[in-house]
Write a protein of this length. Structure first.
Length: 277
């Protein structure tokens, strides 16, 4: 089994939309199709690095990186950071590393950026696991109040998350100020609200040609759009004992669902290739 010692940590120097970046990335090579992970606001690449310890991902190349304004990455202009900038940065990272086709996994903010990336690059995304990335205006129940009517929106957002009685919320809130720069947070949150309201995210998600999974914690089992996702062929994965942060509350179940999804996707692809041979 591959271990954490097989991973490479590096700093990628890129220029995206005229902005100089130093992107802190971690990756591993392997013989199978790679998985690219996009973290949420207040998350980092380390949300996913345990993947190299999971036997179900043996031989699987992985790539995770800290978004601009987050974690150990550096950004020369934090005011430029929003969801669209994250999408452009992700594409720049993929192109810089020569990652042509890949499975995509995105959580929350990373789920929104991943959706827009998959919409832009449909021929390169083999599958997409959306871990509670926004799809509707109602998904902005914490971000919308934080950016409207609060002088210190960052403190308001952190406090709202901390007070919400859900799995791992206090853990997340405690680390939030240390993992994302305030100068980037407002642009990210505001663009998430704008995209949730006007970006046709649900339509884009349902229209993706690749296999899709929507993964969510049991605390969100009453989301009103889940039956509609299921009717459109989106695979649903409910993670027990978890809320918005399954990688913190129940990573064992999260990794199992993702690994089994990738295996099913590749099994179907292999059968299709053989049938056309």
């Amino acid at each position: 089994m591959a271990s954490q010692h097989d991973t490479v940590h590096e700093l990628l120097r890129l220029r995206v939309n005229g902005v100089n970046l130093k992107i802190a990335a971690v990756r591993r090579t392997g013989r199978l199709a790679p998985v690219v992970f996009l973290h949420g606001l207040g998350g980092t690449k380390e949300d996913y690095t345990d993947v190299v310890l999971r036997p179900a991902f043996a031989g699987r190349p992985v790539l995770a990186f800290d978004a601009p304004g987050c974690g150990a990455s550096e950004c020369a202009d934090l005011a430029a950071v929003d969801i669209a900038f994250l999408v452009d940065t992700t594409r720049a990272v993929l192109d810089d590393l020569g990652t042509s086709r890949f499975h995509l996994v995105g959580h929350s903010m990373g789920g929104v950026a991943g959706l827009l990336l998959a919409h832009r690059l449909p021929g390169r995304v083999l599958s997409f696991v959306n871990i509670q990335g926004n799809l509707t205006p109602q998904d902005c129940f914490l971000s919308r109040p934080a950016i409207t009517g609060h002088r210190d929106f960052f403190a308001a957002f952190t406090d709202a998350v901390r007070r919400a009685p859900h799995y791992a919320n206090e853990l997340y809130a405690a680390s939030l100020p240390h993992k994302v720069r305030r100068g980037a947070a407002h642009g990210i949150l505001a663009s998430m609200v704008e995209l949730s309201d006007h970006g046709e995210l649900m339509s884009k998600f349902l229209a993706l040609p690749c296999p899709r999974m929507f993964l969510y914690g049991e605390e969100y089992a009453a989301l009103p759009y889940l039956p509609g996702l299921d009717a459109y062929g989106v695979e649903l994965a409910e993670i027990p004992h978890s809320g918005h942060f399954p990688m913190y509350s129940n990573p064992v179940a999260m990794w199992r669902h993702i690994a089994e999804f990738h295996q099913r996707v590749e099994s179907v692809h292999s059968r299709d290739v053989r049938s056309h041979a």
